[in-house]
Design a protein. Structure first.
Length: 518
């Protein structure tokens, strides 16, 4: 009889293991496009190549706790199903609004929530860090590129002036007696920062038991690369300056950067080594992860094989319910799809020849309008990109949509700001960009039209887009750009743009509203 009981227990344990594996593989199938988007970024950008190692590292970290885990039994945690549903709903809203980063984080959170639901509170707490470490798979950090470029430019220019080298700065470009330099995206240090944070989190987990020490080291892994990148940029400029621009330019510029990052990482770990607490498999039980808070202390009730199978089915249903609704809405929109058109815009101003070759670097739109206008000596350019049935590679709001191309642009940015203008009896929030090329400066005002409203803020526009799609009213949206030249004072261009919009803003809105899906 004991032997038969043992065999049944082994079979039950094996069945539960298989169910856990199949359930955790389900998100990979249902959210396959989201997973592909993550891998595509890993392949495209060297900044995120290291993220291929996140999953193997997480599995290794779980393997380190195998002796402790062998003494535990999965006990389903029903409350986690609510969290799973919320994560799946977050994915749906992000998909409707086409916010890729939120969609990707929601996907990883779905996997984590499903694991918590099936494994239970105590097992999940024991492997809390490996589960949380999976969030670092998401390629996040490009939002910090512009602030890091600004910090690096400020740091470099300030250090050069402290060194007694005269500097003439314009935007992120500056000139010193030996030559010209520009702080580009590759110089922002975001690549070093993301890699450093990943290494810092892993090192802190493996080296410290104290939460305070872990937090301190992670903060250090954030601060040091930012300051170090400023020093790196300054040193490269100094090397180029002292060598008459023969060294630290071109390929060796990047080589010096990675060598410097390696040195900084070594120094960071060397400093962290002074605080190291000896953590071995024998001492893992003494780590904070092994002592759950009181509300997790009581183990859940192990479920029978039949109940566990039912719970796994409920977990899969929670994983797939919102993607199923998303598919239903997508098919409904596809059946009702009509091409977007922009009729010839009526204007009180006269058409004129093009005075600039500038165009926004946006994804291709369903309909586009390019026109130039004149009234007396005032000249204005108008560009509208209209999007419908948006999808990857054809979206209105994306980090890939820029005023200037990422590389090889004849223009460079002088300033960017947000302002509010009083036009035609309405307050219009917009972004103002000033760019310059060999042909002179250009002042650009741009904003969005979404759900019949003019909006400047990306996040509000995304929320309106999600609301419109959720209520089956489509995802129509447009980007509007008006621009003018000036000689010395940008206020010249502002007066021209105000005069144009006072006469034509209502015409622009009427043209866009006439296309909107009701």
């Amino acid at each position: 009889m004991p032997t038969k009981t043992l065999v049944l227990a082994d079979r039950s344990s094996m069945l539960k293991t298989i169910l856990i594996a199949l359930t955790l593989l389900t998100p990979l199938l249902i959210y396959w496009n989201t997973l592909q988007s993550i891998i595509a970024i890993w392949n495209r950008s060297e900044t995120f190549t290291h993220q291929y190692f996140i999953l193997p590292i997480s599995l290794w970290l779980i393997w380190r706790r195998r002796e402790t885990l062998a003494q535990m039994t999965p006990a389903p945690f029903p409350f986690a199903l609510l969290l799973l549903m919320l994560c799946s709903l977050a994915w749906l809203l992000a998909d409707l609004a086409d916010v890729q980063i939120v969609r990707q984080y929601a996907f990883v959170a779905i996997i984590i929530s499903a694991a918590v639901a099936l494994l239970g509170k105590r097992i999940s707490w024991t492997i809390a860090f490996p589960l949380a470490f999976l969030l670092l798979m998401v390629p996040f950090g490009e939002i910090f590129i512009n602030p890091l470029i600004e910090f690096t430019a400020n740091f470099t220019v300030g250090a050069l002036r402290m060194s007694g080298i005269p500097v003439l700065r314009e935007g992120n470009a500056f000139v010193i007696p030996s030559g010209s330099w520009s702080v580009e995206e590759a110089c922002s240090g975001v690549r070093y920062l993301i890699a450093s944070v990943t290494l810092g989190c892993l090192y802190a987990h493996l080296s410290y038991r104290s939460r305070l020490r872990q937090a301190a080291f992670i903060l250090m892994s954030i601060a040091i690369p930012i300051v170090a990148n400023g020093l790196r940029a300054y040193m490269i400029v100094i090397i180029g300056h002292l060598s008459d621009m023969r060294l630290a330019v071109g390929v060796d510029h990047l080589v010096y950067g990675w060598l410097f990052f390696g040195l900084v990482t070594f120094i960071m770990f060397w400093i962290g080594g002074f605080w190291t607490e000896n953590i071995t498999p024998a001492t893992l039980a003494a780590t904070p992860a092994a002592t759950p808070p009181s509300f997790l202390a009581a183990p859940g009730q192990p479920a029978s094989a039949r109940k566990f199978m039912l719970f796994a089915a409920c977990t899969i249903a929670c994983i797939g319910i919102w993607p199923a609704y998303d598919l239903y809405m997508y098919r409904s929109e596809a059946e009702d799809a009509t091409p977007a058109t922009l009729t010839r815009l009526h204007s009180d101003w006269q058409d004129s020849d093009a005075f600039s070759t500038w165009q926004p670097s946006f994804y291709p739109a369903g309909a586009e309008l390019y026109r130039f206008f004149r009234q007396g000596s005032q000249q204005v350019g108008l560009t509208i990109y209209y999007y419908r049935n948006q999808h990857q590679g054809a979206t209105l709001i994306s980090s890939a949509n820029r005023i200037l191309p990422e590389k090889n642009s004849p223009w460079n940015t002088l300033s960017t700001t947000v302002r509010t203008e009083s036009l035609s009896g309405r307050q219009l929030a917009l972004r103002e960009e000033t760019i310059q090329s060999a042909s002179g400066p250009l002042l650009i005002w741009h904003w969005y039209w979404m759900n019949g409203q003019f909006i400047e803020n990306d996040y509000i526009a995304k929320l309106l887009q999600a609301k419109s799609k959720l209520t089956m009213h489509g995802d129509d949206g447009a980007a509007i750009f008006v621009f003018a030249r000036y000689t010395d004072n940008p206020e010249e261009a502002r007066r021209t743009l105000r005069a144009f919009l006072e006469s034509n803003l209502a015409h622009v809105k009427a043209t866009l509203d006439s296309n909107r899906k009701q």
